[in-house]
Design a protein around this ligand. Structure first.
Ligand code: B12
Length: 217
């Protein structure tokens, strides 16, 4: 196994152990080694947090371990994110995005990652955070004259918020003014089609390419 793989493995283990210092140390080391921060996120941190989620689901881990792992991931992302922005040359604004996690849902790691990568790729981002009332997302999109509304949901119970957002736009007669992109671990392409969203992204890479396609960039 090469050193790059060791770093990714170490990141995953740091999250599983809830070792924040190690997650930070390895993130710094990865940058010193010239490893692309997106690779560290996709191949080290994300598999780590997913494994924690799986162990929690299986009853091996308890909620505090989930919380600590999330804190580790956030701390590591804090180290890596500035380097993500450096990688992308500042381009001309190609579109304005209102983004948030659906009402009732406090998961914000994936949503924030998507927001960061869209920003790096030339989008202006209005990040409303997590647990955002659907009406607030719609109102901000109107105020900000957004091109795109991105709504994340990590819980099956908050996915209907994505559907509600589209219904609300329709009720207000402004559905065609905004493109709507949905995402989050339980969300699928089929769900996006069912609720008549304009697009779905499984991960940050897809989120960026789909957002560009939607604004014709
Ligand atoms: C970390 C975590 C937490 C942290 C969240 C910390 C934070 N600030 O975000 C904490 C510990 C607080 C937490 C709490 C809870 N959690 Co939780 N959590 C997770 C976990 C392990 C990882 C989520 C994560 O951050 N992944 C890493 C990021 C990078 O990935 P991501 O979010 O999927 O995002 C990527 C893509 O989905 C996509 N994406 C995301 N958003 C968007 C948006 C758009 C527009 C697009 C295009 C793409 C996109 O791009 C991202 C990057 O690639 C998941 C397990 C899992 N497999 O997802 C469970 C999980 C989501 N949680 C779960 C549950 C049940 C809960 C709780 C209800 C537990 C409880 N009993 O209290 C609470 C929720 C409280 C609430 N009201 O929201 C369940 C949900 C089950 C379900 N079917 O609904 C999961 C699946 C765990 C499990 N296996 O059972 N959780």
């Amino acid at each position: 196994m090469n050193r790059k793989e060791d770093i990714f493995k170490g990141m995953k283990e740091a999250l599983l152990k809830g070792d924040k210092d190690e997650a930070i140390r390895l993130s710094k080391l990865s940058l010193d080694m010239g490893i692309n921060p997106l690779d560290s996120i996709n191949r080290g941190l994300t598999p780590g947090i997913q494994q924690v989620g799986k162990l929690w689901e299986e009853g091996e881990y308890f909620l505090p371990q989930l919380v600590i792992a999330a804190e580790c991931m956030k701390a590591a992302l804090k180290v890596l994110e500035p380097a993500l922005s450096e990688k992308g040359e500042k381009k001309q604004e190609i579109g304005r995005v209102v983004i948030g996690t659906a009402e009732g849902d406090i998961h914000d790691i994936g949503k924030t990652l998507v927001a960061t990568m869209l920003s790096v790729n030339g989008f202006e981002i209005i990040d409303l955070g997590a647990d955002v009332p659907i009406i607030q997302m719609v109102n901000r999109a109107i105020e900000e004259k957004a091109d795109l509304i991105c709504i994340s949901a990590l819980l099956t119970t908050t996915m209907p918020g994505q559907k509600r957002l589209i219904e609300l736009l329709r009720e207000k007669g402004i559905r065609q003014k905004f493109k709507v992109m949905v995402g989050g671990a339980p969300v699928s392409l089929q769900w996006a089609k069912d609720i008549e969203a304009d697009s779905y992204g499984e991960n940050v890479i897809e989120a960026v390419s789909e957002a560009k396609r939607l604004v014709g960039a």
